[in-house]
Design a protein around this ligand. Sequence first.
Ligand SMILES: [Zn+2]
Length: 315
Amino acid sequence: MKKMEQLKERKMYGLVLSLVLIASLVLPAVVYAADTDNPGKLDQEHSKPAEEGDPEVLALMYEINEKLAAQGLNIAVEEIEFFTIGQGRPANRVHQEEHRWVANDPRRLAQHNDITYLVDQSDGTTSSLTSVQTEDAIDKAMTTWNDEKCLDKVDIVKRDDWDYDPDIFDSFFGFGGFGYWFLADITHAGWLPKEFFDAVGGPGDGDHILGFSVTFIWVSVDTGEPTDINGDNYLDTALNEVYYNDNFQWGIDISLPDGFDVETVALHESGHSLGIGHFGPPPEAVMNPVYAGIQQSPFPVDHASMCTVWKSWPK
Ligand SMILES: [Zn+2]
């Protein structure tokens, strides 16, 4: 895209964002009610509950979704995947159907066919790293996916951290407010204390969970059922948040046993943000569910998964 167009677009985006922020401060109910709301092709029969996942984590997800519905919001927690040390954990999914981003989705103020991300700088420091260091490592991971051949139809574009709280999942556990979740599609929500991971994963699990990805989908306010506005037979992804556990020693290009590499974990977590799940090992992959040292480039099976998800993305 040409410089001028980019500039124009940026101004437009700033204007739209300002209006939305003002409106959401003054008239939250109106803004939420104005969201497009189309149940689409998915019916009850297609929305069977998941048969896999940790029952206690699923119960938390259902509880949060009841609260979101009670607020009249058209988003729901759909999937949580933990990246761990030691033993892997099953994915926690509310539905059996997979979810995908919808190009140009007006509900998430989509920037054309782009997928946007934001790094919450206010939670970017760890016990050993500055927020500048962690943000740089996260940016490298996002650039790696953006340069991936199978993602050549989509641009992964960074948005500025506007100093508004940009995430919401942590608020249900008392670790931050219910933020402005429409600032970007993917939010790297930063480093939170072990207690948050104990609360989400289960007591003591903050000693095993390095980080997790949580994906929300769009649902109908009236029925609570997932939507499929583009008729692709996938649930429609609304937003994704990534949380990192400050209970560990983090580093830049650091090897075990000295610490955990931020870029490796960011690459894994944003693989989920971009729609791919866990597999293996074997084969060795960025998307293996257990941390296995520095992995800053996708493996063949990671490439293949990304190709499957993004092949039908409109150019
Ligand atoms: Zn994972």
